[in-house]
Design a binder for this molecule. Structure first.
Ligand code: FAD
Length: 426
């Protein structure tokens, strides 16, 4: 790895959160040369978390979500233009408007897109929505403001749960549908997901867990309801398909980089790997699109869809491309938050593969608690519900892979033997 200061031209593909913070990091590290940000959307980088929360509820217009930035106006913006291919031999990015951008350093930050409903003709019915971008949120907000008789949310992950909570805030009937036994259970397991489900039920969200959608039905091109695989129907006027995200890597086909629908592969510094596993010293990736070996998880390759990670990894990559030696691998502790109505769920670490969970603070009955996840006798993750003040202490236990169950006696209640449960991952 060269640690020479970058000379020449830097190009960032993807004008989202990671692209923006990567550009700022390049400048902060002393790179003064030409810098171009290419963005498929027509907008300057904006913030996505409010889209499924305050924008849908009507508290924030979709067009005031632009991210603050200290980038000077010596940056070239190529917005509304997608990168179509990458020629590494010529060091050129080809764009959808037919132009070609030469680069000496390239940051790949193309993020993800909402995974569409599996039957394309059904996803084209009027009033069927996904939510990833600002325009998606504005359209869905308009549909909710028209006060539909019922909203069907397909998928009870974080975004599906946030949308369901907003519907209840707006006093709209909403049905949350998922094949899992409880909301969020693929991410936080059933033991904790059941508590989240109880909160949603308390708000009046109808739950159809253990239920798979067969078809989105429509009449005259307009969505009218959901047909479940068990043959039952749920009448609704609006469908929100919240089935996770697909990574935007197609434009890298033929580039020789190791990339597929799971992300573009990087080494532990963030440099992209070619198909032989050799890092390209001129190309790094950051944010949702990057798959990298996480030192805290034994080098397991992960791709994280977390706001804080997009910033931290882009800053790391920007410094690296500018020629600063970051010294250590990128190892930020994964962390995430989700605001559902007046409930805030936060997590640190990665729950996958956890074989045990224990509620270590608070009490689900009060809707304030913190759960720690263990794997092979070590703390691997913690999830807090309306009790984030406890999280930093447990983040340290996860970071240091402390023994599970945690023995730290700091607690808000009399010490008692922890109940260790099976986390209940499907
Ligand atoms: P993105 O923000 O997706 O930016 C990538 C950009 O690249 C996009 O603008 C895209 O149009 C552009 N692009 C794609 N392909 C091309 C191409 N070929 N050429 C040029 N440009 C291209 N995280 C949390 O931690 N907490 C939350 O509460 C939370 N809420 C969320 C709510 C919603 C509705 C969504 C969608 C995400 C949420 N996230 C949340 C996740 C967080 O927003 C993402 O992790 C973050 O936006 C990732 O940033 P990114 O820059 O990697 O990708």
């Amino acid at each position: 790895m060269t640690t020479e200061p970058l000379r020449g031209r830097a190009v960032i593909v993807g004008a989202g959160l990671a692209g923006l913070r990567g550009a700022e990091a390049l400048r902060a590290a002393g790179f003064t040369g030409p810098l171009t940000l290419v963005g498929a959307e027509p907008y300057r980088p904006y913030d996505r978390p409010p889209l499924s929360k305050h924008v849908l509820s009507g508290h924030l217009p979709a067009d005031v979500t632009q991210l603050p930035s200290d980038l000077a106006d010596d940056v070239e913006w190529r917005l509304g233009t997608a990168a179509q291919s990458l020629d590494r031999a010529e060091r050129i990015v080809r764009l959808s408007d037919g132009s070609a951008l030469p680069y000496d350093a390239l940051l790949i930050a193309t993020g993800t897109r909402a995974r569409p409903w599996i039957h394309p003709e059904e996803s084209r019915l009027a009033n069927v929505f996904t939510i990833r971008g600002r325009d998606d949120a504005a359209r869905l907000r308009a549909a909710l403001a028209a006060r539909p008789g019922r909203v069907a949310v397909v998928g009870a992950g974080f975004i599906g749960c946030e949308v369901a909570a907003v519907c209840r805030e707006l006093d709209l009937p909403v049905c949350l549908i998922d094949p899992s036994p409880s909301p969020l259970s693929r991410v936080i397991g059933r033991a904790v997901g059941d508590h989240i489900g109880a909160v949603h039920r308390g708000w009046g969200v109808e739950m159809r867990m253990n239920s798979e959608v067969a078809h989105l039905e429509g009449t005259d091109g307009r969505f009218t309801g959901v047909l479940l695989k068990d043959g039952s129907r749920i009448a609704a006027d609006v469908a929100v398909v919240a089935l996770g995200a697909a990574r935007n890597t197609e434009w890298l086909a033929g580039s020789g980089l190791s990339a597929d629908k799971g992300g573009v592969d990087c080494d532990d510094r963030g440099l992209c790997l070619d198909e032989a596993g050799i890092p390209d010293p001129r190309i790094a990736a950051a944010g949702d699109v990057a798959r990298f070996p996480h030192p805290l998880y034994g080098g397991r390759r992960v791709a994280l869809e977390h706001w804080g990670h997009a910033i931290a990894q882009a800053q790391h990559a920007g410094r690296l491309l500018a020629g600063e030696d970051p010294g250590t691998p990128y190892a930020a502790l994964p962390n995430f938050w989700s605001t559902q109505g007046d409930m805030v769920v936060k997590s640190v670490g990665l729950t996958d593969g956890a074989d045990a969970v224990a509620i270590v603070q608070g009490d689900p009955a009060d809707r304030r608690f913190l759960a720690v996840y263990g794997r092979a006798g070590r703390c691997v993750a913690a999830v807090s519900v309306d009790s984030a003040r406890w999280l930093p202490a447990y983040a340290r236990l996860v970071e240091t892979a402390a023994p599970f169950p945690p023995t730290d006696p700091a607690t808000d209640r009399p010490l008692k033997k922890l109940a260790i449960q099976d986390p209940g991952f499907a």
